[in-house]
Design a protein around this ligand. Structure first.
Ligand SMILES: Cc1cc2nc3c(=O)[nH]c(=O)nc-3n(C[C@H](O)[C@H](O)[C@H](O)COP(=O)(O)OP(=O)(O)OC[C@H]3O[C@@H](n4cnc5c(N)ncnc54)[C@H](O)[C@@H]3O)c2cc1C
Length: 451
């Protein structure tokens, strides 16, 4: 029997790696984890958590505008970017400490530094070679910026979290959820914001009613959305950036943020030398159990380019721990994974879009409502909330729920449970609503929209 230093060596103490490591240790495995940058990974340091804190900050801008209708007067209104970033950084340091404690308390050994795979059972870190029965690659992803003249002046979400000052004008490039969220953050905090996307409409893959409603809402608020366009070059004069678009238009800004994609953090990891197969984009090829092309090497999370979401990385980590150390081979489920966009206003979705239902060729009904939220009857804000259900005509099962409006993420989380239980439209209809709420609309839509 081969003897190894550890049962499991995890590379990357992010969302997936920490969960897989501590759960495996809980099952009795001897576990080590390597982290080269920050405990908690992208989500805690430059992803979900700081992003949502900045989103909260940006919503106060609107709240101040809205409060007069409720009888409030605020004499002075001033925003301090440096204070926000300082407080956000303090909270991240606290979370880093919690992640360290989670690992220590679970009996996981932490190595701080850059780890590389040497062979199917060996990892190198800090001049040491460590052996393990299994190696788990959980190295996450990194933002990418396309190369073009002046692309070196662009920043990514990584830098946006640490800008020394709030830019007066900002251009956000990219139509994914990160771009949409940062456009909302900068605009809400008072920056003049332009968002560019090379496609016809942002948030590809989301239901078209979400995409169109959000575009309308962002435009109403004053975000300058420009689709079917891209940046050809950026020039810098002093502190000012000038972006030339493909149609020759020139836009000026203090910061240009590219949120156009993320690549797996697999370069300089030794994976190819060890015989691990990678996709053309560097993502690790894995089977349904997250096993790579080498029996003893597994990979989870963003670096496998399946669904780049924290709860998915965590579910994949739990599944690997169960498969390897709990005698329960587990495939994570990707069915009805809910997701939110913390745009202004929020969007959230679970299940099938109308376009996907149409592409499947199945008979379905669409229930849709669009209304002015009760809150804005007194504020005077011209905002619409949109909710939508896709229902299978033959089984009556609800296939998809989509929403744009305040707290959409909180509401759709509950809908995801219903969809996973196979809820029918009749069961939605017999559910008593909570009144007065926006969520009650999901159980009171009675008439399908004409197809
Ligand atoms: C701006 C932004 C906002 C986001 N918002 C959301 C959201 O609202 N909801 C959501 O679900 N998801 C969100 N995500 C995505 C989410 O952050 C990721 O899907 C998640 O963090 C992936 O977890 P992971 O374990 O795969 O990788 P990570 O969390 O990135 O962890 C990988 C870790 O590995 C370390 N590492 C890499 N290489 C090595 C090496 N060779 N040696 C040692 N350590 C190494 C890295 O330093 C890192 O700490 C967001 C992402 C971004 C960028």
């Amino acid at each position: 029997m081969a003897q190894y230093d550890y049962d499991l060596f995890t590379i990357g103490a992010g969302s997936g790696g920490v969960r897989a490591s501590r759960v495996s240790a809980g099952y009795g495995a001897k576990v080590a984890v390597a982290e080269e940058r920050y405990l908690g990974g992208t989500c805690v340091n430059v992803g979900c958590i700081p992003k949502k804190l900045l989103v909260y900050a940006s919503h106060y801008g609107e709240d101040f505008d809205d409060l007069a209708g409720y009888g409030w007067t605020v004499s002075e209104r001033r925003f301090d970017w440096a204070k926000l970033i300082e407080n956000k950084n303090k909270e991240i340091s606290r979370l880093n400490g919690i992640y360290r404690k989670i690992l220590v308390d679970s009996g996981v050994t932490l190595f701080e530094g850059h780890a590389e795979v040497v062979d199917e059972h060996t990892v190198a870190i800090g001049g040491k070679r460590i052996t393990a029965k299994y190696i788990l690659v959980a190295v996450g992803s990194w933002p990418t910026v396309p190369e073009f003249p002046g692309s070196e002046y662009a920043i990514t979400s990584n830098e946006a979290f640490y800008l020394p000052a709030l830019p007066k004008r900002v251009i956000v490039v990219g139509g994914g959820y990160i771009g949409v969220e940062f456009a909302g953050i900068f605009h809400g905090l008072g920056a003049q914001t332009t968002q560019l996307y090379r496609g016809k409409l942002f948030l590809r893959g989301f239901d078209d009613d979400i995409r169109n409603t959000l575009a309308d809402e962002m435009r109403k608020r004053g975000v300058d959305l420009r689709f079917d366009t891209d940046i050809r070059k950026i020039e810098k004069t002093g502190g000012l950036l000038s972006a030339t678009l493909i149609d020759g238009t020139v836009l000026h800004a203090e910061q240009i943020l590219f949120a156009t994609g993320r690549g797996s953090k697999t370069p300089n990891l030794g994976l190819e030398k060890a015989g691990v197969q990678l996709k053309f984009n560097g993502a690790v090829v894995v089977d349904e159990y997250s096993n790579s092309s080498i029996d003893s090497i597994y990979a989870i999370g963003d670096c496998t380019d399946r669904m780049m979401l924290t709860p998915v990385a965590i579910a994949e980590g739990m599944a690997v721990a169960n498969t390897l150390f709990n005698n329960k081979p587990t495939k994570p489920s990707y069915l009805n994974v809910p997701t939110a966009v913390f745009s202004t206003p929020n969007c959230a979705t679970v299940g099938m879009t109308e376009a996907a239902a149409r592409a499947c060729g199945q008979a379905f009904d669409v229930y849709r409502t669009s209304f002015k939220p009760l809150r804005h009857t007194l504020t005077g804000r011209d905002e619409r909330t949109m909710m939508k259900l896709i229902v299978d005509r033959s089984t009556d099962r609800v296939l998809g729920c989509h929403m744009v409006g305040a707290d959409a993420g909180e509401i759709i989380q509950g809908m995801a449970i219903a969809l996973n239980c196979g809820a029918t439209k009749a069961q939605f209809d017999m559910t008593v609503g909570i009144h007065p709420s926006a969520a009650e609309e999901f159980v009171t839509m009675r008439t399908p929209v004409p197809s």
